[in-house]
Design a protein around this ligand. Sequence first.
Ligand code: SF4
Length: 157
Amino acid sequence: MEKLKNIVKDIVLEGKLSDWDGYNTPAALKKEKQSKGKNKPEDSITDLDLNTKNRNLTIKEYSYGPINPADEVGSKQFWKDKAEMWNTTPEAAKQSRCHNCGAFDQKKSTLTKIAKAIGDDGKTIIKNANIGFCEFFWFKCAGARSCDAWVGGGPIK
Ligand code: SF4
C-alpha cells in the first residue's frame, strides 16, 4: 500500500491545476500559486483552499465525482464513463466508491480532526456526507463519490 501511495503521490505532484483550461475555483488556483507544492497531507484538513485545490486536481486528472451521487439522471454519464474505463457495466462501477476504497481514511483520529476544523456542525456534516480523508490525493472526500484511482480494501478504520 505504501508503495502504491508513493506512486500516486508522485503522479499527483507532477500535475498542476493551472495546466487545465476552463473554469476552476479561484481560491484553489490562488493556493496553488502560493503554496508551490510544499504542503503536508494533513494541511488540507484545516485549509479549505488547499483542500479544494487537491480536490479539483483529482476531478481534472482522475475524474473524481459525480457532483451529486444522489442524482441518478445527472450522474448517468459519469458512471457510464467509469464503466467504459474499467471494462464493466455502470451498475458494477457504482459498487466501487470512496467509502470502500483502500485510500479512504475514516480513522477516528482523522475524523475528529476534520470535525474540529469544520466547527460546530462538523460531526453532522461528516455523518451526512460520509466524509473521509483521501490518502492518495489529500482532500476530504465524500463516501458516495469515486475516482479513477480507486483501490479495494477500504475504508481505513
Ligand atoms: S478515496 Fe479512493 S476513490 Fe476516493 S478520491 Fe481517493 S483514491 Fe479516489
